[in-house]
Each structure stands twice: as structure tokens, then as C-alpha cells.
Design a protein around this ligand. Structure first.
Ligand code: ATP
Ligand code: MG
Length: 558
């Protein structure tokens, strides 16, 4: 028995339907789903919601989920997108039962259209688009019948065969389903099911000059694959009568059930492919995989773990209500996941030089640093200490307020995994900028405690300047500074966050410089970072995945 039924936990409305279908033996108790992206762009976090649902349900019910490229509208489709989609689905943690292409069914779909004509349920219509606008009526006015509606079956078959053979110009005629010109659902007023378009298909070249429309193709694709539950977003609800009509009209033996759920929307970003493409084309971001993009490849590059995306989708859940999810929910999931898995390192992004005036000529042994306090199995590493260090500028104040526990003139602070240091002298330039601190270290406090019981409250991060590796650190933030860019008639491009990317030179402890592209890390007290593929042996590059704490909700409450 499937895991989902055994558990008896509360489930969303789709799983409830599936549970009942399995219990009642519908489709022989089988569950087959599909994820059907159009390969005309890169997958984004919204797609991840559909992927987690389609593949998740298949897993829970011992069923299968196909990945199907919905490539029936070849104008903007490309293999570049196909490859990225397959890669992204796998990266998200799901293995398709099969990868199919809707276009591989074109011949079968054509046969289905011929069958509809033979059954008197489709006809060739030569009305122009403008004429059809007038014929189809509107919500208050029923449509009028196209003259083609009364064409004989023989004539329709002849014309449709010649449409396929390329005898007519693009747009000269279409094949329509003969349904109901008075239907209150305009989609049911004799919709187009085939059109003539001479476009080169990325998979089939110029083999076809007629292409099926989505509403005709999709139910057939599902039926051909034995899909039992065809899950899609709410905008398809109004297309469902046509989905059902196509299979009914053909008496198709297998009948998938279309069920709609609400899309995922996320604050401070955009998800429409058109807008994402515009961001790329107009160089507002570096590419589809820019770490600020809501694309799966962008998030991967930023260092977002697949598990965090899956967790967010679970938290958001499946409903029929449209809503918008706060980016903070995703960021919370990212922190939770990275906190568990990311090894810790020291890195200083805004360095202030510290000279240890009593550092012994013979040096000191390397220190021991814990790799991940959340995961004892992660072990420890060696950390070199020397007479010249960097600390973060933000950890020193010339005139500290009361209750400031970090470094200040005369004050003592603990260096993480190191020693206590005391600031004895502050070096300033002519403008009064602090350029160096001269400190002494207490060799007795190695590892972080004083044998005399002396307490220091502040612990700061640091690196040995002599051993540190310089790195390019890209500090990413949310791409848009408003929650819902592009709404209220505002151009979304004017709402880009000007501070969504800042590049600084950071200084890393030697172990961090050995990370490879794709590796994630926590730079202690700074944030979570991922090593970027732009890294070279000379210059590692790191992307900030997320800060350690949410700084946005605070800002908004101000
Ligand atoms: P387009 O802008 O081209 O219409 P699309 O977002 O509909 O893009 P598809 O490639 O057709 O993209 O989507 C594949 C599947 O992913 C569809 O079943 C669609 O319903 C689902 N999907 C797309 N966007 C979201 C979203 N934001 N939330 C949940 N599911 C989504
Ligand atoms: Mg779509």
C-alpha cells in the first residue's frame, strides 16, 4: 500500500483525490503524473512547486511521473532549454520515469484530428482572425456559426490533408472543433485545434507545417502516456471542459483527470518568462543563472540547496487560493538547511589590520577549529595564527557605547578558536581613519579561555593576514526592492534593487580557499556563501547565498 495512504496524515485536496482514486481502484489503482514544461525558458522556483507536486505524488503512491517537453509551439523553443530543464529537475532531486516530447506525438495527434473530422466533430474554417473575432461573440452575445461548419466530412478531410501537405499559406485556414457557439465558456466556441505555420521545429525541422493547439494536444499527450492525474495551475481551469471534450469526442479509452492548483508567487522577484528574458536580454542580470534570478539554475549558483526549495514548497502547500509567499519563507528554509550542512570558515570582508606586538619569533602552533558545531561528524581543521591579522572593521569602535563587547582602545576580545587580544594602540591616518590596531595576545588563553578565570564577553572572527587568501565576494540581495514588482501599472524595471549586488575583496582562511565551485560554506558571523564557477586558482569567487539573519522584515517594520 502506498506510503501516503498508510500514514493517514492530513493532506492537501489533490492528494485527497488521489487517495480516494487509489482506494476505489480507479485506473487500476495506478498513479501516473507528468511535469510538462514548454522548453522556451529556464525553470524557476514556481516550476519547482509543480515539480515537487507531480513527482512527489508519484513517489508517495508508488506511481510514476514523466517529464514531458511541451514543444508544440516551436517559435521560442530550443534544445538549450530542454537540456537545462532535465538537469534542473534532476538537481531538485527527482528522476523522471521517462523524458518525452509532445512533438513526437504529432503523427498520432494528426490521426486523432482526422478521426474527429470523420465523426463530424471538426471542420476546416477559412474565416480570417478579424472575422472570427466578430463571429465568436462575447460573454453577452452568443457566437455565430462559421460557414465552414456545414462543410461535408469529405471536403474537410480533403482540405485538412492538403493543409498538412503544405498546399495553403500560413493562416489561410484552421481546423476547428465543432462544439457549441453559444457556450458561456468562450473556449468552447469552436476552438482552433490545428493551424498552418511554417516554422522550423528544433526537433523535427521543417517536417510539419501544421501544428496542434495546446488545448487539443495536451489531453492527448496525457492520454497517450496513461497519465491518471494531470495537475496544472489555476489558469487552466477554464480550459478543462475542452480537455474533457477532446477525449470524450474521440471515445478515448483512457481518461486522465485534470486538477488545478494555485501558482507559487514570491515577493521581491518576478516569475514570468517574458520578464525573466527581458532581465537577461537587457543585461540587468548576467544571465539566466545570475544568482539573483529566481531560476533553478540561478538559485543553484547562489548556493541554495535543493532541499531548501523542496522544504519551502512543502510549507507553502497546495491549495486553490492565489497568494504571494514572502521571500523570507524561502530564506528561512535556506538558513535552516545550510545551518545543518554548511562547513564553517573564517572570512573577513572589510579588513582592519591588527598587529600582535608580542607575537613570538618562533610562532605558535596552529589552532583547532570546529568545522560544523551542528554536525560532529564534520570534524575539525587547522587554523594558522600569526603576528598580523585582519578583523572586520565593524568589530572595532574608537568610542564604544556602553555594552559594546567587541574591540575598542584598551579593551580585550576573544578571537574565535584563538586567543584573547587587547588593543593597546590605534594607528590613524591624516584624516583620522583607523588604519591599524596594535594589540597584545595572551598565550595562556589559547582555545578561548583564560586560566585565571578572566572573562571577555565578545568573540570576533579574524584571519591571519599572512596566510589569508584574497577572494572576490559577491554580496547578493533581493533583486527587487518592492514586494510585487510591476504591479499598479509601474514598470518592473524601475523597481530593481540598486543594492542587489555588491562586490568586495574578502580575506579567507586557507581552508576556505580550497573549496570548489558549487561548495557551500558559512563564513562565521557573516553569512552563507557558495563558491562560484567563475573561481580561478588565483582568485576564488564566492556568492552570498543569504545573510545569517533576516534584515528585510526589520526594515519593513521601521
Ligand atoms: P509561460 O509564461 O510560458 O506560460 P509557464 O510558467 O506556464 O510559462 P510552462 O513551461 O508552461 O511555463 O510550465 C510548466 C508547468 O509548470 C505548468 O504545468 C505550469 O502550470 C507549472 N507552473 C509554471 N509556473 C508556475 C508557478 N509559478 N507555480 C506553480 N506552477 C507553475
Ligand atoms: Mg505555459
Amino acid at each position: 500500500m502506498a506510503e501516503a495512504i498508510e500514514k493517514n496524515e492530513p493532506v492537501d485536496f489533490i492528494r485527497e483525490i488521489v487517495i480516494n482514486d487509489v482506494k476505489n481502484g480507479k485506473h487500476g489503482g495506478q498513479v501516473v503524473t507528468r511535469f510538462p514544461p514548454e522548453p522556451n525558458g529556464y525553470l524557476h522556483i514556481g516550476h519547482a512547486k509543480a515539480i515537487c507536486l507531480d513527482f512527489g505524488i508519484a513517489q508517495e503512491f508508488n506511481g510514476k511521473c514523466n517529464l514531458r517537453m511541451d514543444d508544440t509551439n516551436p517559435t521560442k523553443e530550443d534544445t538549450e532549454y530542454v537540456d537545462s530543464i532535465i538537469n534542473d529537475v534532476r538537481w531538485l532531486g527527482f528522476e523522471p520515469a521517462a523524458v518525452y516530447y509532445a512533438s513526437d506525438y504529432f503523427d498520432r495527434m494528426y490521426e486523432c484530428a482526422v478521426e474527429l473530422i470523420k465523426r463530424g466533430k471538426a471542420y476546416v474554417c477559412t474565416l480570417s482572425n478579424e472575422e472570427w473575432e466578430e463571429y465568436k461573440g462575447n460573454l453577452n452575445v452568443p457566437g455565430r456559426e462559421s460557414p465552414g461548419r456545414s462543410r461535408s466530412i469529405e471536403e474537410n478531410l480533403d482540405l485538412f490533408t492538403r493543409m498538412k501537405a503544405g498546399e495553403f499559406a500560413d493562416g489561410a485556414m484552421v481546423l476547428r472543433a465543432k462544439i457549441d457557439m453559444a457556450s458561456p465558456n468562450i473556449n468552447m466556441r469552436d476552438p482552433v485545434i490545428y493551424r498552418i505555420r511554417r516554422i522550423t521545429h528544433f526537433r523535427h525541422g521543417d517536417k510539419y507545417c501544421i501544428y496542434p493547439m495546446y488545448d487539443f494536444a495536451h489531453p492527448l499527450e496525457d492520454a497517450f502516456e496513461g497519465v491518471t492525474h494531470s495537475l496544472c495551475t489555476l489558469e487552466f481551469e477554464i480550459h478543462r471542459p475542452l480537455y474533457d471534450w477532446v477525449l470524450e469526442a474521440l471515445d478515448y479509452p483512457h481518461r486522465p483527470q485534470q486538477i488545478e492548483f494555485s501558482r507559487l508567487n514570491l515577493t521581491n522577484t518576478v516569475m514570468s518568462k517574458r520578464k525573466l528574458l527581458q532581465l537577461v536580454k537587457e543585461n540587468h542580470v548576467s544571465n539566466w543563472d545570475d544568482p539573483r534570478m529566481p531560476t533553478i539554475c540561478g538559485m543553484r549558483r547562489r548556493g541554495v540547496p535543493a532541499a531548501a526549495i523542496r522544504k519551502m514548497c512543502k510549507i507553502v502547500g497546495i491549495t486553490k487560493f492565489d497568494g504571494i509567499t514572502d521571500a523570507a519563507v524561502l530564506e528561512h528554509c535556506i538558513r535552516e538547511e545550510l545551518n545543518a550542512v554548511a562547513p564553517r570558515f573564517m572570512a573577513v570582508l572589510d579588513p582592519l589590520k591588527v598587529t600582535i606586538t608580542n607575537f613570538p619569533a618562533e610562532g605558535v602552533p596552529e589552532l583547532d577549529a570546529v568545522n560544523n558545531p551542528e554536525d560532529p561528524a564534520a570534524g575539525s581543521r587547522k587554523l594558522p595564527f600569526s603576528g598580523t591579522l585582519y578583523i572586520d572593521r565593524a568589530d572595532f569602535m574608537l568610542e564604544p557605547p556602553k555594552g559594546y563587547f567587541r574591540l575598542a582602545p584598551g579593551a580585550e576580545v576573544r578571537l574565535r578558536y584563538g586567543y584573547f587580544i587587547r588593543c593597546n594602540e590605534v594607528v590613524q591616518d591624516a584624516d583620522g581613519n583607523v588604519t591599524e590596531l596594535k594589540c597584545t595576545f595572551d598565550p595562556e588563553t589559547r582555545g578561548g579561555n583564560a586560566p585565571d578565570g578572566r572573562k571577555v564577553k565578545g568573540t570576533i572572527h579574524w584571519v591571519s593576514a599572512e596566510h589569508a587568501k584574497a577572494a572576490e565576494v559577491r554580496l547578493y540581495d533581493r533583486l527587487f526592492s518592492v514586494e510585487q514588482p510591476g504591479t499598479d501599472g509601474v514598470d518592473f524595471l524601475t523597481q530593481l534593487n540598486p543594492d542587489s549586488k555588491k562586490v568586495v575583496t574578502g580575506y579567507l582562511e586557507p581552508a576556505a580557499a580550497r573549496l570548489n565551485p558549487g561548495d557551500v560554506a558559512q563564513f562565521e558571523r557573516v553569512g552563507y556563501f557558495a563558491c562560484d564557477p567563475d573561481s580561478t586558482a588565483d582568485l576564488p569567487v564566492f556568492n552570498r547565498t543569504v545573510t545569517l539573519k533576516d534584515s528585510w522584515s526589520k526594515q519593513q517594520k521601521k
